[in-house]
Design a protein around this ligand. Structure first.
Ligand code: HSE
Length: 436
């Protein structure tokens, strides 16, 4: 029986992992598919340095990815280059050439997914992207298929391994931000541009995709609110712990009466929640469905073989359709073409969350009353207060406040007044989620 012929674009961390897993597990995979899966073509920028395929293998190597999408012997193109362009052009060309596509590229799907899925639909080929979100966790399959009976109410995820690795090392070992980031890069966790990890862009790409599946809405990356972790200090980590919380970089998508919140930001989570204890490069996604209740998915969010696990699963899914008499009716985002829900995505002014605030104030009587008055003007209730002793007389003191849930617009107005009246030059604000 003919094998399913794969063309790989990109032989970096994930490309290397994909080739390794396909070769190592070839026997099990062909038992599951009913055919063998064979890499026939591979492209990488530095082809002379590649060591994955031995010199005597049948894999044709090239330093030009266009050779892969235009190779008539390739059935499935696997895009592991990353970034928006030329990934978009290559994928669209592969589809035009009648090839199925598997990609780990979250930026590509979040930005251009609707265009790519429409092209694939018109051509009758599949585009699969399980590895684009949460590395090895099969969250796309879980949401698009396993939870498809549910109305999804909200989801919250730690969906960037690099960011979680940094926060964990800072908390557990007091390590320096830049030092941990360098290690994440060396381990192959970080994006080509690591600001995508630390500023939340990578997580926003992933959240955009999850929200689209959860709420049957088109992909709207430009409407996802994004705040990174680069301003989190070890002080905040310590104060959060004193209050019984952990700081995690969370992606949250929530259905509200007014519309959908899509937001990525550092978040205080009660330490007793399972998701607050997801550490290192591990990812987790908590999904609340109306029928099933809360479900939690956990696993490695980055790295060569965990991500390859998802890439190869997608190749297998595509390969199985070669053997199947029926069409695969699970659409790319889970809803049928033309059946998208028309629900507004809310602007950040309309988000409603509780907040952790750290102010740096003069050590004088009445300062807390001044802050409380400003908050009262906006109808903001304070839930807890911690005031730290100054190290030396005359030093500013840290004032830590936890607020109850409040509309973001009101919180912003209060913080602007605290800053403009010089009660505190700047305020650190971290949103709080109970996730119960
Ligand atoms: N840079 C990403 C992360 C890789 O750290 O999660 C996996 O998408």
């Amino acid at each position: 029986m003919k094998s399913v012929r794969v063309g790989l674009m990109g032989l970096g961390t994930v490309g290397g992992g994909t080739a390794t897993v396909l070769l190592r597990n070839a026997e099990d995979i062909s038992r599951r598919v009913g055919r063998s899966i064979e890499v026939v073509r591979a492209a990488a920028r530095e082809i002379s340095e590649q060591t994955i395929f031995s010199a005597d293998s049948n894999v044709k190597l090239s330093d030009d990815a266009w050779d892969v999408v235009n190779d008539e012997n390739v059935d499935v193109v696997v895009e592991l280059i990353g970034g928006y362009s030329p990934a978009r052009e290559l994928v669209l060309k592969a589809i035009e050439n009648g090839k199925h596509v598997v990609t780990a590229n979250k930026a590509l799907i979040a930005m251009h997914g609707d265009e790519i899925f429409a092209a694939a639909n018109a051509k009758g080929v599949s585009v699969c992207y399980e590895a684009a979100v949460a590395g090895g966790i099969p969250i796309i399959k879980a949401m698009r298929e396993g939870l498809t009976a549910n109305k999804i109410e909200w989801l919250a995820g730690i969906i960037n391994g690099t960011g979680n690795f940094i926060l964990t090392e800072m908390r557990d070992k007091g390590r320096d931000f830049a030092d941990v980031l360098a290690e994440a890069q060396a381990l192959g966790y970080a994006e080509a541009d690591p600001t995508f990890d630390v500023e939340g862009i990578d997580a926003a790409h992933k959240l955009t995709i999850l929200a689209s599946i959860a709420f049957s809405i088109p992909l709207q990356f430009d409407k996802t609110f994004t705040e990174g972790i680069s301003k989190i200090t070890t002080e905040d980590v310590t104060y959060a712990e004193e209050l019984g919380y952990r700081i995690k970089h969370l992606g949250v998508a929530r259905r509200t009466d007014k519309g959908i919140e899509m937001r990525v930001h550092p978040t205080l989570i009660p330490e007793k929640r399972l998701i607050a204890n997801v550490d290192g490069v591990m990812n987790a996604v908590l999904v609340q469905g109306d029928a099933v209740g809360p479900t939690l998915y956990y696993g490695a969010g980055a790295g060569a073989e965990p991500t390859a696990s998802a890439v190869v699963a997608d190749i297998i899914d595509v390969a199985r359709t070669f053997e199947s008499a029926t069409d695969n009716k699970v659409t790319s985002l889970g809803y049928q073409t033309g059946q998208e829900a028309h629900i507004d995505v809310l602007s950040s002014d309309d988000f409603v969350t509780a907040n952790y605030l750290r102010l740096s104030v003069d050590d004088r009587p009445g300062v807390l009353a001044d802050v409380a008055n400003i908050f009262a003007e906006q109808g903001i209730s304070i839930e807890a207060v911690i005031q730290k002793e100054p190290e030396h007389e005359g030093d500013k003191v840290s004032l830590i406040l936890l607020t109850q849930k409040v509309q973001e617009k009101k919180m912003n107005a209060a913080l602007a007044k605290v800053e403009s009246t010089n009660i505190s030059d700047s305020v650190t604000r971290i949103r709080v989620e109970q996730l119960d």
